[in-house]
Design a protein around this ligand. Structure first.
Ligand code: PSU
Ligand code: MN
Length: 304
């Protein structure tokens, strides 16, 4: 068995049988993404939805210095308790130094999914261009990773507190197609419509599978970002979110927080400002992305 990258036996079998597979990142199911016990609930709901809709979930992580695609039940508690965030560029270091538990971001997950031959991935919101990036240059490696690996990523847009317009522009520069799932607007995580228009709309898993095949045929590298709005029933009030975000970002600035410390603080402030309503919204959008990713994975597997 490869000691650098281990694919679980369930995923090896699914790949051999062409059973649809949906990759999952582990950062959103750790304390970086959601406070306990909601991170566990989110994981259970996503995995339950993927299995119920007909695919196999493949959680990615680094465990004891081995990159993993598919994590065994017995290791789950360790992964969800992981406190080291691993992006794609951290994979080599965390493997070489034998990191105990590294939770994978979007960039690490598309890298590992592609290495394993998994073509579809469900997450909550991707990283992107931060507000003020013209000064700080804080742009997530998620974006170039989406451009590099032929993986379909389903997300409810990007993290709520980013510069969404700049994020879309950057995706264009990198050549990543962004398609709305039954919408022509880019969603804004807790809110269905950011006000930003998308050039392309898809309405079925087959649409996305055909796009992926076509990209490969014409030699356009990289993946596809499927932008799937939060279900209407779970959507939060945009005005309340904007106000909470502005306050949380001012607090982050004042405390001089940078890097991975920022997201949990901002998400916590949004939860406070919405009397906790942001947590069920986050769970609902993640589960909804898992359902859509499964439909796409079924189409991708069937078309091979
Ligand atoms: N969206 C959220 N919460 C998160 C993330 C995204 O609402 O915690 C995570 C994802 O794992 C994403 C990562 O890949 O943050 C991006 O981090 P950074 O901005 O440090 O690149
Ligand atoms: Mn960053």
């Amino acid at each position: 068995m490869n000691s650098t990258l281990r694919i679980s036996s369930e995923i090896i079998d699914a790949l051999a049988d062409r059973t649809p597979i949906v990759a999952l990142e582990s950062t959103i199911f750790s304390g970086f993404g959601l406070p306990a016990p909601h991170n566990h609930t989110c994981y259970e709901q996503c995995v339950g939805a993927i299995r119920a809709c007909g695919a196999i979930p493949a959680l990615t992580a680094v465990i004891d210095g081995v990159a993993r695609v598919g994590v065994d039940e017995i290791e789950l508690e360790r992964v969800l308790g992981g406190a080291i965030k691993v992006a794609a560029r951290d994979l080599g270091y965390s493997i070489a130094t034998g990191v105990g538990v590294g939770v994978t971001t979007v960039s690490a997950t598309v890298t590992l999914a592609a290495a394993a031959g998994v073509q579809v991935f469900a997450t909550g919101g991707i990283g992107g261009v931060h507000r003020g990036a013209e000064i700080t240059h804080d742009i997530s490696h998620d974006l170039p990773a989406l451009a590099r690996h032929p993986v379909v990523t389903v997300s409810a847009g990007a993290k709520a507190f980013l510069d969404l317009s700049a994020t879309l522009e950057h995706l264009e520069t990198l050549g990543v197609p962004v398609v709305g799932w039954n919408t022509d607007r880019f969603p804004a995580f807790y809110v269905r419509d950011s006000g930003l228009a998308l050039g392309h709309t898809v309405t079925s898993g087959a649409d996305v599978a055909a796009m992926l095949r076509s990209q490969a045929t014409v030699g356009h590298p990289g993946g596809i970002l499927v932008a799937n709005p939060i279900p209407a029933a779970a959507e939060l009030d945009p005005a309340r979110i904007d106000e909470a975000l502005d306050r949380a970002l001012a607090d982050v600035e004042q405390r001089g927080l940078r890097g991975p410390a920022v997201t949990p603080v901002v998400l916590g402030a949004i939860a406070d400002a919405t009397d906790g309503d942001s947590v069920p919204a986050n769970l609902a959008l993640a589960e909804n992305n898992a359902v859509v990713a499964t439909e796409i994975a079924i189409a991708v597997a069937g078309a091979e």
